[in-house]
Design a protein around this ligand. Structure first.
Ligand code: CP3
Length: 343
């Protein structure tokens, strides 16, 4: 098995820098469409053989050092009683978003294995297909990102409704965040028990918060979720967020063995601030992959050079790979990272 990825998570020395991409299975790959044209997205997520096959696509196509299970952030909300729908062109929608205290009362929290049995099944099926080639990453949304989705009912620019509850009724906000943190921790533990060798928490929207608000309204809940996971599994934990340059130290305080950062901060600056007792994942701008490969290589080299030999770097993009990304550049970038960092 290529164990570079898990070694880097533990800040051990590696033979080359490990690389994988968030959203590495998806629409930019032709192979993805062979399934996507036949199944609605949620059906793919809930059919373990399909989810496993899609998880394997980038592993078979490129020399990535980790697989990430093909699931999504939002089905956990469906399991709690929200009506989730992936609408073509509009993205995910929740038809009955949380707006009142009664809506929070009505949420059902079941054990993860019962609420989302398909996730464990997808992980077990994938582990068998991987035959130990690379480790498998399980994942969940962080409390803030999931609660925002549950309240807004879809993507949002300013999160007025979610922040409206946060500022307007902090008691209910904290109750909802606490409930979400428990469900997230339970889901991550179930994924590790099913065989996932590492876990990532996505706080994709956390960049919308001031440092003071993150500390007051969010940090305790992320911290709780990550601490429960740490107490119950040995899997390394990656804590990823975007737009976190203003709250990096707080993200670290919330937890994670590895902190994922986007391209809006230099990797070495981020790492200096975080300290050497955590690993770092990132952080090429996903749009760079649309440039001629010479530019991709120049920018990748800049990221890799800035690490200056420190242990615990996992090369990734600063956010998910975009749907129209040229596959040739993806393959070349992965090979370049390995070649350039070979020890
Ligand atoms: O990384 C992987 O390859 C594993 C699979 C994965 C998906 N979503 C599949 C997916 C992962 C890790 C996610 C995480 C996710 N999902 C996030 C956090 C990461 C990020 O990008 O910030 C968020 C916010 C979601 C919620 C979500 N799912 C949105 C907002 C959308 C619509 C926007 C979009 O990209 O289409 C989805 C749909 C989704 N999730 C797709 C995939 C492959 C596209 C579905 C399709 O084929 O139409």
């Amino acid at each position: 098995m290529s164990d570079r990825f898990l070694k880097a998570c533990r800040r051990e020395s590696v033979d080359a820098t490990p690389v994988w991409f968030m959203r590495q299975a998806g629409r930019y790959m032709k192979a993805y469409w062979t399934y996507r044209n036949r199944y609605p997205f949620l059906e793919m997520v809930k059919t373990p053989e399909v989810a496993a096959a899609i998880t394997m696509q980038p592993v078979n196509a490129y020399d990535v050092d980790a697989a990430i299970i093909f699931q999504d952030l939002l089905p956990i909300l469906e399991a709690m009683g929200l009506e989730l729908d992936y609408v073509k062109g509009a993205g995910p929608v929740i038809h009955n978003p949380i707006r009142t205290r009664a809506d929070i009362d009505a949420l059902t929290v079941k054990p993860a294995e019962e609420a989302m049995p398909y996730t464990g099944d997808a992980i077990r099926t994938t582990i068998a297909e991987l035959e130990g080639r690379v480790p498998l990453i399980g994942f969940a949304g962080a409390p803030f990102t999931l609660v925002c989705y549950a309240i807004e009912g879809g993507s949002s620019r300013n999160y007025e409704i979610a922040k409206g509850l946060m500022y307007g009724d902090p008691k209910q906000w904290h109750r909802l965040m606490d409930l979400m943190a428990s469900a997230i921790a339970d889901s991550l533990i179930a994924q590790a028990n099913a065989g996932a060798q590492a876990l990532q928490v996505f706080d994709s929207w956390v960049g919308a918060l001031s440092p003071a608000d993150y500390r007051e309204y969010v940090l305790p809940h992320s911290q709780k979720a990550l601490a429960i996971v740490k107490q119950n599994t040995d899997a390394p934990l990656i804590h990823f967020g975007t737009g976190t340059a203003g709250i990096l130290e707080l993200i670290k305080e919330a937890g994670g063995d590895v902190i994922g950062v986007d391209w809006r901060i230099d990797l070495n600056v981020a790492w200096d601030r975080l300290g050497s007792d955590v690993g770092i994942q990132g952080n090429l701008d996903p749009v760079v992959l649309f440039a001629p490969f010479e530019e991709v290589e120049r920018q990748a080299r800049r990221v890799l050079d800035s690490v200056q030999g420190r242990r615990g770097h996992i090369f990734n993009l600063g956010h998910g790979i975009l749907p129209r990304t040229p596959v040739e550049n993806v393959r070349k970038l992965i090979d370049f990272v390995h070649e350039y960092t070979k020890r």
